[in-house]
Write a protein that binds this ligand. Structure first.
Ligand code: AMO
Length: 423
C-alpha cells in the first residue's frame, strides 16, 4: 500500500505516517537517535531505535530525509517543536539528500549568536528555512494576495505595464539606463504613466509591478529594486483615492490577523486594524515644527506616527513644488498630492492627476523636463480624459512597516541595493 505524505501539522496520534523534510537537529544516544524533522508546516521529533531501518544512516543537519512510522503520545517541552504532545516512532528512515557543512546555522540554538544580515542574504535559501524568515514571507504573500483580492472584488482590472521605458516618471536623476538596440532606454521607476493611460479607458485598474530606482543612498528603508502595488481610478478625486487606500489597508491587515496568526506569534506581534487620520500638509508641518516648504525627514515621520498610534496618517494638499509633474495643482501653490504614513514610515503616495494636456506641458517645463519626451503621454489626454486619481504602496515598505522590521532588506527575498546584485 502506498502511504501518502503527511505534513507535520496534520499528524494524528496512533496513525501511520510518511513524512518528508529536513534534519533540523540530531541528538544521539547509544541505543536511540532523536531527529527533529522539519517541513514547511512545522517540526516534530522522530525517534529511531536500533531496530529502525536506517538507524545507522550518516545524517547531517539540513539533509533531506523521509521517515515512515507511527505517531505516539509524548510529553516534550521544546519551544522549537510545533508538536509537543506527539512524536514519531520510526520504522524506517531514508536519506534522500545529504547536506554538506553549512555556511551558517539554520537552527539558532544559542539566541545570542545571530548571523549577520549580509551572511544571511548571501545564503538566503538557507535563511529561508528559519521559522521567523518563513513567517515574514508567508505574511507578505497574504499582503499581496489581499491587495489583489480587494481590488478584484471592487471590479478593478489587473494590468501589466512595461518595465522598459523611454522617459522618466518620477524625476530624471534616479533612472537605470539600458542599451536598447540603437536607442537608450530605462528601467521603469513606476507604472505611473501607463496606469494613467490605461485608466482613461478602463476606468479602474491595479497592478503589482517591479520598479527600479538608481538612488545612490544606502538606507534601511530604500531598495534599488522594489515592488509597487498601484491603483488608478477614473472619475475619482484625491480624497476618493485616499478612501480606497484606507479600506484596502484595513482589508489587508484584517486578513493578516485572520490568516497568519501562527506567523504573527512567531514574530511576537499583536496587530490591530489601523484607524485613519487626515492632516493637511500645513497641519502636519506645524505638528512637526517645520517650515512651510520643508519635506518630512524619517525622524519627522516617526514623530507624527507616535502622535497617532495604530493609525494611517494621510497628509494631503502638499505644495506643488514637492510633488511630481503629474499631480494636479489645487491652486497656485498647493497640489492634490498626498502621502500615507503607518508605523513610523511612509508606505504610500498618490494624488489626483493632471488630465489636461496644457497643464501637463507647463508642469513638465516647470520641473525642468522636456515635454517632447512625453508626447505619447500628453497627447493621450487630448481625446476625452476623465479626472482620475491613484496611489502606490511599496510592497516591501509596507511589509517592513506592518511587521516592524528594522531593515527593508528583511522584506525582500533577494535585495538589490548599492552593493548587492548577487545572489
Ligand atoms: P513614490 O515614489 O512615493 O510614488 O513610491 C510609492 C511607494 O513606493 C515605495 N517606495 C520604495 N520602497 C523601497 N525602496 C525605494 N527606493 C522606494 N521608493 C518608493 C514607498 C512609496 O510610498 N508614482 C507614484 C505613486 C502614485 O502617485 O501613484 C510613486 O511611485 O512605499
Amino acid at each position: 500500500m502506498v502511504i501518502e505524505r503527511t505534513y507535520v501539522n496534520d499528524i494524528k496520534k496512533n496513525k501511520e505516517v510518511f513524512l518528508q523534510g529536513w534534519v533540523h537537529d540530531i541528538r544521539e544516544l547509544p541505543k536511540a537517535r532523536f531527529i527533529l524533522l522539519r517541513d514547511i508546516t512545522g517540526i516534530v521529533q522522530c525517534v529511531l531505535k536500533q531496530d529502525s531501518k536506517g538507524f545507522n544512516e550518516k545524517l547531517t543537519l539540513e539533509s533531506v530525509i523521509s521517515v515512515k512510522g507511527k505517531v505516539k503520545d509524548a510529553k516534550l517541552t521544546s519551544e522549537e517543536l510545533s508538536v509537543n504532545d506527539m512524536e514519531v516512532l520510526v520504522d524506517s528512515l531514508e536519506l534522500l539528500h545529504k547536506a554538506e557543512n553549512l555556511p551558517m546555522q539554520v537552527f539558532e540554538k544559542d539566541k545570542n549568536i545571530m548571523t549577520d544580515l549580509s551572511v544571511r542574504l548571501d545564503n538566503r535559501s538557507l535563511d529561508l528555512r528559519k521559522k521567523r524568515i518563513q513567517a515574514i514571507f508567508k505574511i507578505q504573500s497574504e499582503i499581496a494576495g489581499s491587495f489583489r483580492d480587494f481590488f478584484r472584488k471592487n471590479n478593478f482590472i489587473e494590468i501589466q505595464t512595461p518595465s522598459i521605458i523611454a522617459s522618466a516618471s518620477e524625476g530624471g536623476t534616479s533612472l537605470f539606463s539600458v542599451d536598447y538596440f540603437e536607442k537608450k532606454a530605462y528601467l521603469a521607476q513606476s507604472p505611473q504613466l501607463y496606469k494613467q493611460l490605461a485608466t482613461i479607458s478602463l476606468e479602474k485598474v491595479f497592478t503589482i509591478a517591479p520598479v527600479w530606482r538608481a538612488e545612490k543612498h544606502n538606507t534601511t528603508r530604500h531598495l534599488n529594486e522594489s515592488r509597487q502595488m498601484d491603483i488608478e481610478v477614473a472619475f475619482a478625486d484625491d480624497f476618493s483615492a485616499m478612501k480606497y487606500l484606507e479600506e484596502c489597508v484595513s482589508f489587508i491587515v484584517s486578513n493578516v490577523i485572520k490568516n497568519c496568526s501562527k506567523e504573527l506569534n512567531v514574530l511576537n506581534l499583536k496587530l490591530r486594524v489601523p484607524k485613519s487620520k487626515y492632516l493637511s500638509y500645513d497641519e502636519a508641518v506645524k505638528l512637526c515644527k517645520l517650515k512651510n516648504g520643508d519635506d518630512f525627514s524619517p525622524e519627522d515621520e516617526r514623530k507624527l506616527c507616535n502622535m497617532f498610534p495604530d493609525t494611517i496618517i494621510f497628509t494631503h494638499s502638499w505644495p506643488i513644488s514637492l510633488k511630481p509633474f503629474y499631480i494636479l495643482p489645487k491652486d497656485k501653490k498647493l497640489s492634490k498630492g498626498f502621502d500615507a504614513l503607518y508605523n513610523g514610515i511612509e508606505i504610500s503616495s498618490g494624488g489626483q492627476r493632471v488630465h489636461i494636456p496644457e497643464i501637463l506641458v507647463k508642469n513638465l517645463k516647470d520641473k525642468g523636463l522636456n515635454p517632447k519626451n512625453f508626447e505619447f503621454y500628453v497627447n493621450s489626454f487630448k481625446f476625452g480624459s476623465p479626472i482620475h486619481s491613484g496611489w502606490s504602496i511599496g510592497l516591501e515598505r509596507f511589509t517592513m512597516s506592518l511587521l516592524k522590521l528594522d531593515n527593508i532588506r528583511e522584506a525582500v527575498l533577494y535585495p538589490r541595493d548599492r552593493d548587492r546584485i548577487a545572489p
